[in-house]
Design a protein around this ligand. Structure first.
Ligand code: NAD
Length: 472
């Protein structure tokens, strides 16, 4: 974002316009969809620990009110600016609509480097920001529901909820004003691994499509597929782990200090522990070091998953990438120039806009949990187990045969919260993948899956507007 001529929001508008050309919607309606509905720019003072006063710049953007509440993370970063927050809010609208999360897109940002502030200062900033949002009704379980993003996590979400609750005494749904909270504050089980699991479910569905795999010269299924993951953070670690558990071979892992590979496959947990112990991913027993970390992106593989940063593959290194499928787990890991190269080379790019939507999907489940005031599975778990026990014993009695202890446990198990969250996410990612691919098959002129995803998003938001009768 250092280039002042570059507009991130402008780039999102460009992708939108490209995709809109494959839809039938009226120009005025399309203009309404792509515009940011509300931008709140604020300045407020805080007293630093040394007694000095600092004026803080912050934003909350609600891109679309076609569904409410609005939803999107809050970022703490020195580079935050209005254009970036607007672009990220717009992407949230499209992301939510593709995965059928009934929210409009939003995003928040505070222009600070959180590493330069004490926890006490961060708490004051977060609570003051929340108060400013409350004053303008830019937060609330029915209006706008923030979540974590860069530089924020469960701790900040707790401060936000506490501030909101304190200023809304007696509001029974107050916990639904923010998601990404710790479990003890109304968070939901399965949220932490949700994005990585969503990446896995989305890519697995792509791999289960015989026509798509046929075009790429691959067999169907993820079993035995050679996978490379960049970034062993929250998203990368869990993506790699779920692929490994499903029988894929993790042949290379990259971190910022270096990358390693092994034809035999790497054990993700062991590599994670090795990095924790030695402070580096390099010199993992039985594996080879790459000369430099980015070399891992260029190794031959079936699926490459960039899960670290934006713009890691550009026009320069894209021609050397040998993966058949690229799963964008990170936000914006490919530049538009890299996209062009992959379209020409017939490499399938599964776009970030929906592939990393696991986090927001499970945030939606958290919000539903907060509004219903009951843990998922609490009411039905025991009932289901009793019923399954009866069905099983009847079947055993009638057949005269007994199932193994292991099978018995699996059949009888009633759903816990995490089981329901996982299965809700699985259903969501499968449906989203199928819908995007269906649109692409129906309009073969669409050049890539990213544009197909935008077309799906535009059609859904436009239908919602049209059926609302907002444009008589
Ligand atoms: P994270 O900070 O937990 O992990 C990022 C990892 O990438 C770190 O381990 C870091 O050391 C590593 N890394 C940094 N530079 C690197 C480099 N040059 N080469 C290799 N590795 C490098 O962050 P995260 O939450 O896992 O997010 C990763 C990406 O996924 C971001 O783009 C984020 O916007 C996106 N994303 C995250 C979520 C979520 O729920 N966490 C949801 C949607 C999208």
């Amino acid at each position: 974002m250092s280039n002042t001529n570059y507009s991130f929001f402008g780039a999102v508008e460009k992708s939108f316009d490209k995709a809109a050309g494959y839809t039938k919607w009226d120009k005025g309606l399309l203009n309404q969809i792509r515009a940011c509905n509300a931008v709140y720019q604020m300045r407020f003072p805080i007293k630093r620990d040394d007694g000095s006063i600092e004026v803080i710049e912050a934003y909350r953007v609600q891109h679309s009110h076609h569904k409410t509440p609005c939803k999107g993370g809050i970022r703490f970063a020195a580079e935050v600016n209005q254009d970036e927050v607007m672009a990220l809010a717009a992407l949230m609208t499209y992301k939510c609509t593709i995965v059928d999360v009934p929210f409009g897109g939003a995003k928040g940002g505070i222009k600070i480097d959180p590493k330069k502030y004490s926890p006490f200062e961060l708490e004051k900033i977060t609570r003051r920001y929340t108060s400013e949002l409350i004053k303008k009704k830019f937060i609330g379980p029915g209006t706008d529901v923030p979540a974590p993003d860069y530089g924020t996590g469960e701790r900040e979400m707790s401060w936000i909820m506490d501030t909101y609750s304190a200023m809304h005494p007696g509001e029974i749904d107050a916990a639904g004003c923010v998601t990404g909270k710790p479990i003890s504050q109304g968070g939901v089980r399965g949220r932490r691994e949700a994005t990585g699991l969503g990446v896995f479910f989305g890519l697995r569905e792509v791999c289960n499509m015989p026509d798509v795999m046929g075009k790429l010269g691959l067999t169907t299924g993820v079993e035995g597929k050679k996978v490379i993951v960049q970034g062993l953070g929250n998203v990368g670690y869990h993506s790699a782990k779920f692929f490994q558990d499903a029988g894929s071979k993790i042949i290379a892992l990259a971190e910022y200090e270096g990358a390693i590979w092994s034809d035999k496959g790497l054990d993700v947990d062991q590599v994670f522990q090795h990095r924790k112990k030695t402070g580096s991913i390099l010199n993992f027993p039985g594996a080879n070091n790459f000369a430099k970390s980015s070399d891992a992106l260029e190794m031959e593989c079936d699926i490459l998953i960039p899960a670290a940063l934006e713009n890691v593959i550009d026009g320069e290194n894209a021609p050397r990438v040998k993966a058949k499928i690229i799963g964008e787990a990170a936000n914006g890991p490919l530049t538009p120039e890299a996209d062009e190269v992959f379209t020409q080379k017939g490499i399938l790019v599964v776009p970030d806009m929906y592939l990393n939507a696991g986090g927001v999907t499970v945030s939606y489940f958290e919000w539903l949990k907060n509004l219903s005031h009951v843990r998922y599975g609490r009411l039905e778990k025991r009932f289901t187990e009793n019923l399954n026990t009866r069905i099983l014993s009847q079947m055993e009695e009638l057949s005269g045969k007994k199932v193994s202890d292991n099978e018995r446990e699996l059949i009888m198990h009633g759903p816990d919260e995490v089981d329901l969250v996982y299965s809700g996410l699985e259903e969501t990612m499968i449906n989203a993948t199928r819908e995007i691919m269906k649109t692409w098959r129906e309009i073969p002129e669409i050049p890539d899956m990213r544009t197909a995803a935008y077309v799906v998003a535009i059609n859904k938001v436009a239908t919602a507007y049209a059926e609302l009768g907002i444009f008589p």
